[in-house]
Design a protein around this ligand. Structure first.
Ligand SMILES: *Cc1c(COP(=O)(O)O)cnc(C)c1O
Length: 403
């Protein structure tokens, strides 16, 4: 990978002894002059001569160069340096949404007649993409259990991709990614991981053997609920294929958005620490409430994924999901959500603010039965004062008793 002269990458010796957050703060930034690479809004890059133009067009297939806006700018190159540092990857492709990153990455590694093994814990729109789009192309999809226990038996001769989301969407199931990547490699399959939960800081799929790690930068990387972006970080083996697809499908992001995500990454460790600390406090408090029968979070020792989480993850984020006691029906669960004042009701998470959403687990899983369980509610614990968040949850839970 080519680095710009004068960028942080030349300080390898010093950097190798630095802590992760120090490296992350420095990655993709100039060593002198402006602290940040300014946002580059650009389409056309002009050349001095036909010879220079021809030379760049040849070299850009293997080197990172400025040649055309869609092929990357100073802003996306700077962001790429930071994300590659975060994910211990080789190179990264940028997409207008996390969903686009997932769709294009799956299309990159699958052809008609091939088979995809998909986790049953996948982000729901991915399930829909498989059903509505991959099926049209004659790509077969089989779901495996989120803990991976039935995966090996579901591999077929034409299986090409094993898709992982760990921890899973909504209830955060864990699997042993190192073991699964080894199985994938033995069967000549690619391992693609949705790493939005860990966002590189808490979990590094590539270090555990995956070929591609996808982050919805819309969430924690941007961190302020003001950008949509998806990023696919590839290892060296997968990059040439991903790079081709990014070019062929015309995927790119604008300089302003790239700038905002680079900006978000500088405070990722600090924000994540606060999300985690507040989430821990909220979970401790929730455990004392009789209205709640279960808390989903892999950092809880009673969680089935706890041992793997302890081994593979560097912490938690602000996501906490709760199960209300089965005596509360849908209407009561919804009135609890409506009663919350500080938790906004809306999709996404990873911004500075607290959010809540009802989770329809029956629709989100096909291999497990949630019919007999209580109502499931997902919380995103934001950066507000945790005492205020707890007070808000308390008053909303108290209302359950009034019904
Ligand atoms: C939000 C999310 C996505 C999609 O990101 P968008 O930018 O909203 O398209 C993908 N995977 C997971 C796990 C997510 O939570």
């Amino acid at each position: 990978m080519q680095h710009h002269a004068g960028w942080c990458a030349n300080a390898t010796l010093v950097m190798s002894v630095q802590k992760r957050n120090t490296r992350l703060l420095r990655a993709g930034r100039p060593t002198h002059g402006w602290v940040n690479v300014p946002p580059t809004r650009a389409s056309t890059f002009v050349f001095d001569s036909v010879a220079a133009w021809r030379d760049t067009r040849k070299r850009r297939e293997t080197e990172r160069l400025n040649s055309y806006g869609a092929r990357g700018t100073d802003s996306t190159h700077a962001l790429e340096d930071a994300v590659v540092e975060l994910e211990a990857g080789h190179r990264a492709g940028f997409f207008p949404t996390g969903q686009a990153a997932i769709a294009v990455t799956l299309m990159t590694f699958l052809s008609p007649g091939e088979h995809l093994l998909m986790t049953d814990s996948a982000y729901e729109p991915v399930r829909r993409f498989c059903r509505d789009q991959l099926s049209k192309l004659g790509i077969r999809v089989t779901y495996y259990k989120p803990d991976g226990s039935d995966l090996q038996g579901k591999i077929q001769p034409n299986t090409k991709v094993i898709y992982v989301e760990c921890p899973g969407s909504l209830v955060y199931e864990m699997l042993d990614l190192r073991a699964i990547s080894e199985i994938a490699r033995a069967h000549h399959c690619w391992t693609i991981a949705d790493n939005t939960w860990g966002s590189g800081w808490l979990y590094q799929p590539l270090a555990l053997g995956a070929d591609i790690s996808i982050i919805a930068a819309t969430k924690y990387l941007s961190g302020h609920s003001d950008v949509m972006m998806g990023i696919s970080v590839a290892n060296e083996r997968a990059w040439p294929y991903l790079q081709n697809a990014v070019v062929d499908y015309g995927q790119t992001v604008g300089g302003d958005d790239a700038y905002l995500v680079s900006r978000g990454i500088r405070t990722l460790p600090a924000r994540m620490a606060t999300h985690a600390e507040s989430a821990r406090r909220v979970m401790q408090w929730l455990a004392s409430r009789p209205e709640i029968v279960h808390i989903f979070n892999p950092s809880l020792p009673q969680d089935p994924g706890y041992e793997i989480w302890k081994k593979d993850c560097a912490g938690i984020n602000g996501l906490v999901t709760i199960e209300l006691a089965p005596c509360y029906d849908v209407a009561q669960s919804e009135s609890f959500i409506d009663a919350l004042q500080l938790f906004g009701l809306g999709a996404s998470w990873g911004g500075f603010e607290s959010l809540v959403i009802p989770a329809n687990m029956q629709a989100a899983r096909s291999l497990s039965n949630w019919n007999t369980r209580g109502q499931i509610v997902r919380l995103h614990i934001g950066l507000e004062d945790v005492e205020d968040l707890i007070a808000d949850l308390a008053q909303a839970l108290d209302q359950l008793h009034l019904k």
